[in-house]
Design a protein around this ligand. Structure first.
Ligand SMILES: Nc1nc2c(c(=O)[nH]1)N[C@H]1C(S)=C(S)[C@@H](COP(=O)(O)OP(=O)(O)OC[C@H]3O[C@@H](n4cnc5c(=O)[nH]c(N)nc54)[C@H](O)[C@@H]3O)O[C@H]1N2
Ligand SMILES: Nc1nc2c(c(=O)[nH]1)N[C@H]1C(S)=C(S)[C@@H](COP(=O)(O)OP(=O)(O)OC[C@H]3O[C@@H](n4cnc5c(=O)[nH]c(N)nc54)[C@H](O)[C@@H]3O)O[C@H]1N2
Ligand code: SF4
Ligand SMILES: [Mo]
Length: 725
C-alpha cells in the first residue's frame, strides 16, 4: 500500500486528498491533514474519488460511431476521424460552421486550464460557448466594466472578515464558488466564534443559512433591489465613502428607497437599513454573492452592486473585506490597460452580443437548427453536458443529431455525448497531474500546489493535455504549445520590469523542466509569476521543481492589497458607474412596477452531487430520491399536493412529473428542484445514474430568458404552476 497526494477536482474548494493505492489502483481517499490550504478537510464527493477511477461505465478507449453502436478504436484512428470530420465541415461550409462548447470540468483540469481557450481560438469561429453563460458570466462583465479585467474578481477575505453578507450561495453544500475556500463551513463557524456576523439571503433556509446570525428569505431574482436599497441607505444616512463616480451611483439609487424595494424583494425596509448600517459600522465587512444572484434577469447589476457596496463601505481591497487574490502563475505588477468591451460581434440568429469572447450557451441550439450562411454543422464539446445543463437542453439534444460531425472529449456516454461521432475519453483524475489554473485567482489565501499523477496511464489511455493539444493541432495546423511559450517569453524578455528582461528566450526555453509540454508551460508560468524564481533572479522562488518538492503545497500567505495593479481600465481607475450598467438600471426601475406574483422555481445544489455527472457513483446516489420538488406547506395545502406524492410542474417551456417534498425550509411562493438529473435516456451508458434518473430542471427553464448585459441564462425565478399528477 502506498499513498499519493492529489488536489480534488470536484469542486472549487480544491481540497488536498490523500489517496490510498493498492496494486496499482486508487482504493480510498481522505483529507490530507498536511495540505497547506485545506488542512485535512474532505466532503463525500472527494471521498468517492476511488469510485470514479473504477466506474465500469467510464470509457477507457476512444470510440467512433458505427451504425447504431460504437466501435473502440486506437487514438490515431480516432484523431484521423476527427480530422476528417472537422476539416470536411470547414471545407464545405467555412469555419464559422464549427462550434465548441466548454463545460465546467475544464476549470478543474490542467488540460482545460492550459488548452481549452487555445483550442477554441484554433477553430477559427465565433461560435464559442461555455458553461460560463449558465453560471458566472455576470460577474465577469461587472468586473470587466468596474476594473477593466473580467478575471479580476474580489473574494471575501473569509479568515479575517468581521461581517459577511452572503446572497444566493450555499457553500456548505456547494463547497463555495468564485471564492475558493476549503472547509467553508469551518470558516463560517470560525467567523462567528471570533465575534463576527454572518447574514444569509436566500429563498431557502439552507444548511449555510442555518449557520448564520440571520437568514433573510428573498423573492427570487430581486437581489438587485435589495442591494440598491442598501446603497440608498448608505447615501441617505451619510455612511458612504465618496470615490469618483459615487455621485452617479447616488443618483441611480434614488428610486430604490428601502420602503420602495421591500415589497418587491420581500425583505422588510428596517432590515435593509440595518444591513447598510451594519456593513458601514463593522470593523471589516464583505458582501459575497453567488449563483442564485447571477443566474437571474438582473445578474450583472447584482454582481456590480455587490462590489459597489464593498467600495462604498471602504471594504474593497482591504484585509477582512473583499480582496483580489494573486495566483502563483500570474505576474505581479501593473499590466497593460486594455479595458473591456462588450458586443464585439453578435450571434447570427438572435443577434445576441458577444461577451468575454463567447456567445450565450442557450443560443447554441438556434445556431445549429437555423439554416443559412454560418449555420453550425460541427460541434466540439469538452467536459460538458449542455443537454442537461442548459435551458432548452432537451431541444438541443434533438438537434445535435442533425450535425454533420460532433466530437466530445468526455469520459462518459451521456445525454450530450451520445450524439457525437467520436468520443475521446480522458483518463481518470488519479492518472492526471493537476494544478489549478482557475482557482488561484479566486482563493481566500495564496498558495501553490501541484499534484503529479498518482498512477501511470494504463495501456490505451492518453493524457487530456495531449488530447486537447492534438485537437488544437488538427484545428489550427499549428503546435499547441510552442507559440504560447514563445509569446510569453517574448513579452517577458522585452519587459523592463521582468526579472528576465533582455535575456535570450531560446536559452530560457532550454532551462524549463517538466516531462511534457504542458508541464514546461506550467514551469514557465510559475517562474515568471509573482512568486517565481525568475530563472535565477529569485533563487528561493517558485518553479515546477519547487512544487514537486512540496507535495502538500507551499503557503504564500494571506491576501494582500493589490490596487491599483489589478486595474486594466484605460483610465487606470475604478469605473464605479460604467455606462452599460447605468443604462440597465432603467430596466430594473421598470421592473418595480411589473412585480410578479405566483409560484416561481429555483434550483438546489446538493452535497452528494456535481451538476449532471456524478450520479453514476453508487456512494453518492445511495439513499432516498433527491430529485424532489420542495414546496412550502401552505402552498402544498392550497394546491392539494401531498408529501411524497407526485406533482406535475408546468412552465412556459415544458413540464415534468416529480416527487413532492413538503418542507418549511423553502419560503412560500417558491419551489425548488435540483438540476443535473434526467438520466436514463436511450443511448447513454451510466447504469447507476439511469436507476436514479430524476427529471431535468432545464426542461422547465426558458432558453429565451437572459440577463441582457452578460447573455447569462436565467435559472432561478422561473414562473411555474404545480398540480397533483
Ligand atoms: N437549472 C439549472 N441549470 C444549471 C445550473 C443550475 O444551478 N440550475 N448550474 C449551471 C452551472 S453553475 C454549471 S457550471 C453548468 C455545468 O454545465 P456542464 O459543464 O455542461 O455540465 P456538467 O454536468 O458539469 O458536465 C460535465 C461533463 O464533463 C465530463 N467530465 C468529468 N470529468 C471530466 C474530465 O476530467 N475531463 C473531461 N474532458 N470531461 C470530464 C462529465 O462526464 C460531463 O459530461 O450547469 C448549469 N446548469
Ligand atoms: N455538491 C455540489 N457542489 C457543487 C456543485 C454541485 O452541483 N453540487 N456545482 C458546482 C458549481 S458548477 C457551482 S457554479 C457552484 C455554485 O455554488 P453556489 O453558488 O453556492 O450554488 P448553490 O448551492 O446552488 O447556491 C445557490 C443558492 O441561491 C439560492 N437562490 C436561488 N435563487 C435566488 C435568488 O434569486 N436570490 C438569492 N439571494 N438566492 C437565491 C438557492 O436557494 C441556493 O441556496 O457549486 C459547485 N459545487
Ligand atoms: S469540498 Fe470540493 S474539493 Fe473538497 S473534497 Fe469535497 S468536492 Fe473535493
Ligand atoms: Mo458552475
Amino acid at each position: 500500500m502506498t499513498t499519493a497526494y492529489r488536489i480534488c477536482p470536484f469542486c472549487e474548494a480544491t481540497c488536498g486528498l490523500e489517496l490510498t493505492i493498492i496494486d496499482g489502483r486508487v482504493t480510498g481517499a481522505r483529507g490530507d491533514r498536511d495540505d497547506v490550504f485545506s488542512h485535512g478537510f474532505i466532503c463525500p464527493k472527494g471521498a468517492t474519488f476511488d469510485e470514479l477511477e473504477d466506474d465500469p461505465d467510464r470509457l477507457r478507449a476512444p470510440v467512433v460511431r458505427a451504425g447504431d453502436g460504437w466501435r473502440e478504436v486506437g487514438w490515431d484512428e480516432a484523431f484521423a476521424a476527427v480530422e476528417r470530420g472537422l476539416t470536411g465541415v470547414a471545407a464545405r461550409h467555412g469555419r464559422q460552421a464549427l462550434a465548441i462548447y466548454l463545460g465546467n470540468p475544464n476549470v478543474h483540469t490542467l488540460a482545460g486550464g492550459l488548452y481549452s481557450s487555445g483550442l477554441a481560438k484554433a477553430l477559427g469561429t465565433t461560435n464559442i460557448y461555455s458553461a460560463s453563460t449558465v453560471d458566472q458570466m455576470p460577474k465577469h462583465v461587472s468586473s470587466g466594466l468596474l476594473f477593466g479585467d473580467p478575471m479580476a474578481i474580489p473574494v471575501p477575505d473569509l479568515d479575517r472578515t468581521a461581517y459577511l453578507l452572503m446572497l444566493g450561495a450555499n457553500p456548505v453544500e456547494s463547497g463555495g464558488s468564485l471564492c475558493t475556500a476549503p472547509d467553508f463551513p469551518g470558516k463560517l463557524k470560525a467567523l462567528r466564534k471570533r465575534g463576527g456576523t454572518l447574514v444569509v439571503v436566500d429563498p431557502r433556509r439552507t444548511r449555510t443559512a442555518r449557520l448564520a446570525d440571520r437568514h433573510l428569505g428573498i423573492r427570487p431574482g430581486t437581489d438587485a433591489y435589495l442591494l440598491f436599497g442598501v446603497v440608498h441607505t448608505l447615501f441617505t444616512e451619510g455612511l458612504a465613502a465618496r470615490p469618483e463616480g459615487a455621485d452617479d451611483v447616488e443618483r441611480l439609487s434614488a428610486g430604490f428607497a428601502p420602503e420602495r424595494v421591500a415589497e418587491v424583494c420581500g425583505v422588510a425596509a428596517p432590515e435593509i437599513r440595518r444591513l447598510a448600517r451594519e456593513l458601514a459600522a463593522a470593523p471589516s465587512a464583505a458582501v459575497y454573492a453567488r449563483i442564485g444572484t447571477s443566474t437571474a434577469e438582473f445578474g450583472t447589476l447584482t454582481s456590480w452592486l455587490v462590489d459597489v457596496v464593498n467600495i462604498l463601505t471602504g471594504n474593497l481591497d482591504r484585509p477582512g473585506g473583499a480582496m483580489f487574490p494573486l495566483a502563483p502563475h500570474r505576474p505581479a505588477g501593473p499590466r497593460p490597460r486594455r479595458g473591456f468591451r462588450l458586443g464585439r460581434w453578435h450571434s447570427r440568429v438572435r443577434g445576441l452580443p458577444e461577451v468575454n469572447g463567447e456567445l450565450p450557451a442557450t443560443t447554441l441550439v438556434d445556431e445549429i437548427a437555423t439554416p443559412g450562411e454560418g449555420q453550425v454543422r460541427a460541434l466540439v464539446t469538452v467536459a460538458g453536458n449542455p443537454v442537461l445543463s442548459t435551458p432548452g437542453g432537451d431541444r438541443l439534444g434533438e438537434v445535435l443529431g442533425d450535425l454533420e460531425f460532433m466530437v466530445s472529449v468526455d469520459p462518459y456516454l451521456n445525454e450530450t455525448t451520445r450524439h457525437a461521432h467520436v468520443i475521446l475519453p480522458p483518463p481518470p483524475p488519479g492518472r492526471s497531474g493537476h494544478y489549478d489554473i482557475a482557482f488561484g485567482d479566486l482563493a481566500v489565501r495564496n498558495t501553490a500546489r501541484y499534484s503529479p499523477p498518482a498512477l501511470p496511464l494504463r495501456d490505451g489511455e492518453l493524457d487530456e493535455c495531449v488530447i486537447l493539444a492534438r485537437l488544437t493541432r488538427i484545428a489550427s495546423g499549428q503546435d499547441a504549445d510552442e507559440p504560447v511559450m514563445a509569446r510569453l517569453l517574448g513579452a517577458a524578455t522585452a519587459d523592463p520590469a521582468s526579472p528576465v528582461h533582455g535575456k535570450d528566450p531560446a536559452d530560457l526555453l532550454g532551462r524549463l523542466t517538466g516531462e511534457t509540454p504542458a508541464l514546461r508551460r506550467l514551469d514557465l508560468m510559475l517562474r515568471l509569476g509573482a512568486y517565481g524564481d525568475g530563472f535565477g533572479a529569485n533563487p528561493s522562488g517558485l518553479s515546477l521543481e519547487a512544487l514537486l518538492d512540496a507535495p502538500h503545497g507551499i503557503d504564500l500567505g494571506p491576501l494582500r492589497s493589490r490596487l491599483p495593479d489589478v486595474l486594466r481600465t484605460p483610465s487606470g481607475r475604478i469605473e464605479l458607474c460604467p455606462p452599460p450598467i447605468a443604462e440597465d438600471v432603467t430596466r430594473l426601475s421598470a421592473g418595480i412596477e411589473e412585480r410578479r406574483t405566483g409560484l416561481v422555481l429555483i434550483g438546489r445544489r446538493q452535497l452528494r452531487s456535481n451538476n449532471s455527472w456524478m450520479h453514476n457513483l453508487p456512494g453518492l446516489v445511495r439513499g432516498s430520491n433527491r430529485c424532489t420538488l420542495q414546496i412550502h406547506p401552505e402552498d402544498a395545502d392550497r394546491l392539494g399536493l401531498a408529501h411524497a406524492g407526485t406533482g406535475e410542474v408546468i412552465s412556459e417551456n415544458g413540464s415534468v412529473e416529480v416527487e413532492i417534498e413538503v418542507t418549511d425550509e423553502i419560503m412560500p411562493g417558491v419551489v425548488s428542484l435540483p438540476h443535473g438529473w434526467g438520466h436514463g435516456r436511450p443511448g447513454t451508458r451510466a447504469s447507476v445514474a439511469a436507476s436514479h434518473a430524476g427529471v431535468s430542471a432545464n426542461t422547465l427553464t426558458d432558453p429565451r430568458a437572459l440577463d441582457p448585459l452578460s447573455g447569462n441564462a436565467v435559472l432561478n425565478g422561473i414562473p411555474v404552476r404545480v398540480r397533483p399528477a
